[in-house]
Design a protein around this ligand. Structure first.
Ligand code: AMP
Length: 499
């Protein structure tokens, strides 16, 4: 009997469709004919192996999302894939499921200090989230999954990688750091995924990515995902992909349809008063409040604290521990408000975000799309409220032009002037999202003791600063970092912590 693939004259490279879909239509991609099943209703139609189907059933996933319908058959055949899809579309499962399926069918010992699959993510939070998805979908397979990112001790990662790992999810900077130290190699990678390519570029990862491309073996399967595909991203894709099949599920700059989008014009100095009223009057389950800067995010949190409202901040100046604590508390509903810079606009998947508040408007329209995409997830409805100061009006115009959506302009509330007059004072500046007064006292005591010790070691502070005389002799001599040592690859380390 002629197989479907033979009938369509499609290229083969790895296996064939298992349990062919019940009904097929043909779509044209890159001038090639490719079968896409329009009536796929269940994961079983994709021909995934039993342990994966069991894990999906445990997660109560019934049918594949459009990106999964399009990507899984292509990837099961072993082709390279270029996917234009945002987070929230189910793209993690779209690349995780066929890869897990491949490992289930092709078991092999893990390469020493290497991996069989490498997933690159721009942020630590997204890396942790992707790794968790692999663990969830692969829970009935005996596969190892490790994360590699900065902001946490490198030694634990070196140890975890020493025996080799099946799947590594990494940010580029720490990955290169480990490679430079000869603690890890990617030369055995069979499947390579570059996720959120456009954010990678925004974060200045282009040079680390080019280095990584050179270190990968030539014989591998490549998957490339980006929310948008401007020319420079396409050029980057060209460096990794080999005759890819292109799939796309969201047109560029399309804002989530179920999000009610509002804007209020307000003076920058009076935004806190407006926020106070909005938080009191809106029916909020969970809200993400976006600022453009890290200091702006901290200022909003201090204001909210002063007003007796609990909120955490998440941005690039926070330690990894603080970022994880904040995100976890928000995920678990322990805190309803998370104030974030654009680091949290993409990748982070938290269900039940009813509101996105743009305390400051992003100056890049795409960023607005990513921000409001944090609400109205998984079929829910959402509200996006933007506070627009005079100097932000051009940003709003650019957003409306790019998204082709005119935001509903809501006037300032009636009691606004009164709220401005009675604005609560912000809480005093402090470190970390979760320090109680006793923790702060402990920290101050520790700092005092450390400073005293330093003084005792150096002699007088003046001498130590001049770098001559007795005091300077007590200081640690400057030692150049050995090539390949931690921090020797300066650019990569800095970039991991960017934003
Ligand atoms: P992602 O775009 O990968 O961040 O996924 C967005 C959310 O959709 C995550 O919470 C996934 O767990 C969930 N998800 C992915 N695929 C499915 C599916 N087929 N059915 C239901 N939920 C899904």
């Amino acid at each position: 009997m002629t197989s479907l693939r033979q009938a369509l004259r499609l290229p083969f490279s790895r296996g064939s469709f298992r349990n062919p879909p019940r009904a097929l239509s043909v779509t044209v991609t890159d001038g090639r004919r490719w079968p896409i099943c329009e009536t796929i209703m269940e994961f079983t139609d994709l021909g995934l192996s039993e342990p994966i189907l069991k894990a999906l059933a445990a997660k109560k996933y019934t049918s594949p999302t459009p990106i999964q319908q399009k990507a899984v058959p292509v990837l099961l055949e072993g082709h390279d894939l270029c996917g234009i899809a945002q987070t929230g579309t189910g793209k993690t499962a779209a690349f995780a499921l066929p890869s897990l399926d491949y490992f289930a069918r092709h078991p092999k010992p893990t390469p020493v200090r290497g991996c069989r699959m490498l997933v690159l993510s721009p942020t630590r939070e997204l890396a942790a989230q992707i790794a968790q998805s692999f663990r969830d979908y692969g829970r009935f397979l005996k596969l190892s999954v490790e994360t590699v990112f900065g902001g946490v001790p490198i030694n634990r990662q070196i140890k975890a990688l020493s025996q080799g790992v099946d799947i590594v999810v990494a940010t580029p900077g720490r990955l290169l750091d480990l490679i430079d130290q000869r603690c890890f190699t990617i030369k055995d990678t069979e499947i390579f995924v570059l996720d959120e390519a456009d954010q990678m570029m925004d974060m200045g990862f282009i040079h680390p990515l080019k280095r990584i491309a050179k270190l990968l073996p030539t014989n591998r399967q490549n998957l490339f995902f980006s929310a948008t595909m401007p020319k420079e991203i396409e050029a980057l894709a060209g460096q990794f992909l080999n005759d890819p099949v292109k799939v796309s599920v969201a047109p560029q700059s399309t804002t989530a349809e179920r999000v009610r989008q509002q804007a209020t014009f307000v003076n920058q100095a009076e935004k806190q008063a407006l926020l106070h009223i909005v938080l009191k009057t809106e029916d909020i389950d969970r809200a993400l409040i976006f600022t453009r800067t890290k200091h702006g995010a901290d200022r909003v949190v201090r204001f909210l604290e002063g007003a007796g409202i609990d909120a955490f901040a998440i941005h690039g100046n926070k330690s990894q521990g603080q970022r994880t604590t904040a995100l976890q508390a928000f995920r678990q509903g322990k805190v309803k408000l998370l104030v974030a810079t654009d680091i949290a606009a993409r990748g982070i998947d938290v269900s039940g975000v009813s509101h996105v508040i743009n305390f400051e408007i992003p100056n890049v329209p795409e960023q607005y799309v990513h921000r409001i995409g944090r609400t109205a997830r998984a079929g829910a409805e959402g509200v996006a409220i933007s506070f627009v100061a005079d100097d932000e009006r051009p940003y709003l115009k650019a957003i409306e032009r790019a998204t082709r959506v005119k935001l509903d302009v809501t006037p300032l509330p009636e009691n606004f002037l009164e709220a401005v007059r009675n604005l609560p004072k912000p809480a005093p500046q402090r470190k970390g999202p979760s320090q109680s007064p006793s923790q702060q006292a402990k920290r101050a005591e520790g700092q005092r003791r450390y400073q005293d010790q330093q003084k005792a070691q150096r002699g007088t502070p003046d001498k130590a600063h001049r770098g001559d005389g007795d005091g300077a002799g007590a200081r640690k001599p400057f030692r150049r970092r050995r090539r390949g040592a931690v921090g020797a690859y300066k650019g990569a380390v800095q970039r991991t912590g960017a934003r």
